[in-house]
Design a protein around this ligand. Structure first.
Ligand code: SF4
Length: 88
């Protein structure tokens, strides 16, 4: 499964990272993004701030074990801007 954030709607409160720190993280711009972690996939897909894929282009995989927390983050997100793609 995959998830992405629409940063245009993100309030920067950080709730998503509090709930699922393996999947969500904040950057210097005060907004939050999704990441694929080395512990999950053996490669790290952290965005470096220079070529920072946001929105749907920032789509990141997450493991089944994170599904519950990702859903909770999406439900709690005050910007309603976390989108889960269950297609793959
Ligand atoms: S919970 Fe939603 S609004 Fe809050 S920081 Fe995360 S993506 Fe942005």
């Amino acid at each position: 499964m995959k998830v992405w954030i629409d940063q245009d709607l993100c309030t920067g409160d950080g709730l998503c990272e509090e709930i699922a720190p393996d999947v969500f993280f904040g950057m210097d711009d005060g907004l939050f993004y999704v990441k694929e972690t080395a512990s999950n996939y053996g490669t790290e897909k952290l965005f470096d701030g220079t070529a920072n894929p946001a929105g749907a282009e920032g789509l990141a995989r997450f493991p089944d074990s994170s599904l519950e927390s990702v859903i909770e983050a999406a439900e709690e997100c005050p910007g309603e801007c976390i989108f889960i793609d269950v297609g793959e």
